[in-house]
Design a binder for this molecule. Structure first.
Ligand code: ATP
Ligand code: MG
Length: 231
């Protein structure tokens, strides 16, 4: 852990938000590698309730939460926080982060993990500039997506907001309360939930893209096949 542990440093919390429809090895491997690099005291997967910026998920909140729980059950470094799925209406990351600060009495440093594909659209998120007051962003690159750290292809709004925030030094995450953008050098795994849903729908194998236990859950509950209207 290169960010180091000391009694004086704040509680460091990793928060990985997503629809997780379903959670797959792309998410899990990234989280595992980040925890090795950054000494998180806790690391949460936070499944979104009703996403604001995308179509309704293929599986219900209940199933997505169950799939996250099953996928992480053997890893003591991972936790799940289902608060967003319990909220009525759309979920916003800003309100989730504000709740964390209240719960930790303003003493925690929050690191929100986001893939490059989501980061390039961050200026569409609700009150997106507030994120920099509430958390650090940890950006993980995704195959087929622009490399955000050295890209001038980012929308102008993002470029100007983020200009002085970039870092590749994990120690910056404990030196500052919020507002840094750490670009992580994690393994690029070309796996997406869209691909998994489409494979299921066309009757193809999804083995080795996600944990077997999640695969069994998808089969048992007939998720993503298009045959189960109720889900
Ligand atoms: P979908 O295809 O339905 O959008 P997804 O695979 O992108 O699913 P999400 O739940 O949308 O999964 O992703 C949650 C977060 O995880 C996002 O920030 C996304 O960029 C990131 N992410 C998803 N898959 C990967 C991957 N293979 N590598 C790195 N980050 C990923
Ligand atoms: Mg996605």
């Amino acid at each position: 852990c290169s960010s180091g542990r000391s009694t004086e440093r704040p509680v460091l919390i990793g928060i990985y938000g997503g629809t997780f429809d379903p959670l797959h090895y792309g998410h899990l491997r990234v989280a595992e590698e980040l925890i090795d690099t950054i000494c998180f005291d806790q690391f949460f997967f936070v499944p979104a309730g009703e996403p604001r910026l995308r179509d309704s998920p293929g599986a219900s909140k209940h199933h997505r939460v169950r799939m996250v729980s099953l996928s992480i059950q053997n890893n003591t470094r991972f936790s799940m926080d289902d608060r967003e799925t319990k909220r009525s209406g759309v979920s916003t990351t800003v309100s989730t982060l504000q709740e964390y600060h209240q719960e930790y009495d303003g003493k925690a440093v929050l690191c929100f993990v986001i893939g490059a594909d989501a980061f390039v659209k961050i200026h569409c998120w609700h009150h997106w500039r507030e994120l920099f007051q509430l958390c650090h962003l940890i950006i993980v690159e995704r195959p087929g997506c622009i490399r955000v750290s050295d890209s001038t292809q980012l929308p102008q709004k993002i470029l100007s907001e983020c200009a002085s925030r970039w870092t590749t030094d994990p120690r910056d995450l404990v030196r500052h309360f919020s507002g840094m953008i750490y670009t992580a050098d994690t393994t690029l795994l070309d796996i997406s939930a869209t691909q998994i849903r489409s494979l299921v729908k066309t009757g193809k194998s999804i083995r080795y893209l996600l944990p077997d236990i999640t695969l069994d859950y998808i089969k048992t509950h007939n998720l993503y096949s298009g045959k189960n209207e109720f889900r």
